[in-house]
Write a protein of this length. Structure first.
Ligand code: ZN
Length: 483
């Protein structure tokens, strides 16, 4: 486990460090920025090589060894297309990920072209320092990464409480995703979330478990999780500061493991399904980051949790469920279970608390990866302004996202059932599947018409075999941008 610290000055941290990493955009390096962070003899050694770096698309690294310490200069690329974050957070994470910061005493000095790049850069470094491992039994190396941000003129940039909380919550979310399902049952996940928010002010927590879900008409959550050894549940966190004028809702899909249910996933597709609670981890992390920084508005965070398992009482294809919205759903694919959790969670939050805006996050469709890839989540919204806000916040926070169509009238027919209000899976899998899944969820709150943003983060929440904490920064920063 490696701790992250944000010291105000370098001197003491650098003395104890085994590794020092200087990282800055190419233009800053070219203007002599390394001279502000390093002694002249080191600059003489590193700067010519750093200036020669092509660093057009990917970051490049040069290194030297001084007094037993490895000193790196990472040159961030010039190219930033309009759908990439100006902070170059992706390039930074890719380059730093190769340096092996974990388990060491290291110092990372980041040159910022703009103070606003602080959050995405801090998150990018944190992503290189995952918390979860079961390597080596109990003998894990403790490390510390001290991170300092400097402007082009060498003056330090203060790391705000918001950034520290967001980075910590994103690391927590990544760790929750990385933890394997034997150690992350629905009961353990609920306990970990409650630990995460322990001590926060103005907080009220409710947990509805097992058969009690049916008393609350949460037939979707109950059906998906009812046959697992550890029962399904809905955990609701209600942060209500006394002067709150507005109310926002967050809902995250928390499938702690997805076998596909009776529509069993083929072996090769089942691995990595521990990541199917990435949406719940993201909204819980965002909730923590907001409430810990005295966010001024009320936030309701609902986390439907279930294990999509197989057993004598498993829900079946052909079963008809009555959902919280009152609509009936004929199951035609038990592997399209996440939308049942989201639909119930959203309907519960929107009917009980009437938030003016609600965001749901889920590892919902493999089609999201086809449409927007590993780095951009897909966002779908019934309000143009909400969609634009999400894209802008994505570029600013480094949690990138890109819009897909919202046109329920085009997609409803995909879910047509002869015996219920709808089916849960589409007829034609090549017809805008990610938008269709969103439309299914929307159908359970459309009568209330809240401003709604759906974030399908199947790709960016889990990359290269690791949870990323994607979504914590995006979602908390979206809510912070409402005044
Ligand atoms: Zn599934």
């Amino acid at each position: 486990m490696t701790r992250i610290a944000f010291p105000r000055s370098l001197a003491s941290a650098a003395k104890a460090a085994e590794m020092i990493v200087n990282v800055a955009p190419k233009a800053l390096v070219a203007s002599g920025w390394l001279g502000l962070t390093s002694p002249p003899e080191l600059v003489a050694e590193l700067e010519p090589a750093a200036k020669r770096c092509a660093a057009r698309v990917d970051a490049e690294t040069v290194a030297t060894l001084v007094g037993g310490k490895t000193i790196h200069a990472v040159v961030l690329p010039e190219l930033v297309s309009r759908h990439n974050a100006p902070a170059r957070a992706e390039a930074m994470a890719a380059a730093l990920g190769k340096l092996g910061l974990g388990g060491k005493k290291s110092v990372v000095v980041v040159g910022l072209a703009d103070d606003a790049h602080l959050l995405p850069c801090a998150n990018a470094i944190a992503r290189c320092l995952p918390l979860f491992t079961r390597k080596g039994g109990k003998k894990q190396t403790e490390g510390q990464a001290s991170i300092l941000f400097l402007r082009a003129d060498g003056t330090p940039v203060e790391v705000t409480r918001e950034v520290k909380e967001t980075v910590a919550a994103a690391r927590w979310a990544a760790c929750a995703v990385d933890t394997h399902p034997a150690e992350m049952t629905t009961a353990i996940f609920a306990r970990e979330v409650k630990k995460l928010v322990r001590g926060l002010k103005h907080l009220h927590t409710t947990e509805i478990t097992g058969a009690k879900l049916l008393e609350q008409k949460l037939g979707g959550i109950h059906a998906v999780g009812r046959c697992a050894v550890v029962p399904p549940r809905l955990l609701v966190l209600d942060y209500r500061p006394p002067k709150a004028r507005r109310c926002f809702g967050l809902v995250g899909k928390g499938v702690i493991y997805d076998t596909g249910g009776l529509s069993l996933k083929a072996g090769a597709n089942m691995g990595t399904m521990k990541s199917d609670m990435g949406g719940a981890a993201a909204v819980a992390g965002a909730f923590r980051a907001l409430a810990a920084c005295a966010f001024e508005h009320r936030v309701i965070c609902a986390l439907p949790m279930a294990e999509n398992a197989i057993g004598p009482d498993a829900f079946r294809n052909d079963d008809i469920l009555t959902m919280h919205s009152g609509k009936t759903v004929e199951i035609n694919n038990t592997d399209a279970e996440g939308r049942l959790l989201l639909a119930d969670g959203l309907s519960y939050v929107c009917r009980k608390y009437r938030p003016e805006a609600v965001i749901d996050a889920a590892t919902l469709t493999g089609a999201q990866l086809v449409a927007t890839g590993h780095r951009h989540a897909a966002v779908i919204s019934n309000r143009e302004g909400f969609e634009c806000l999400a894209v802008d916040v994505g570029l600013a926070s480094g949690d990138l996202c890109h819009p897909l169509p919202f046109a329920p009238e085009f997609y409803q027919a995909e879910f047509k059932s002869n015996v219920a209000d709808m089916r849960n899976s589409v007829a034609d899998r090549s017809n805008a599947q990610t938008s269709c899944a969103a439309q299914f969820v929307w159908a359970h709150i459309e009568d209330l018409d809240p401003a709604w943003l759906h974030v399908d983060l199947a790709g960016p929440a889990f990359r290269d075999g690791r949870g990323t904490g994607y979504g914590v920064a995006l979602i908390s920063e979206i809510l912070r941008s409402f005044d």
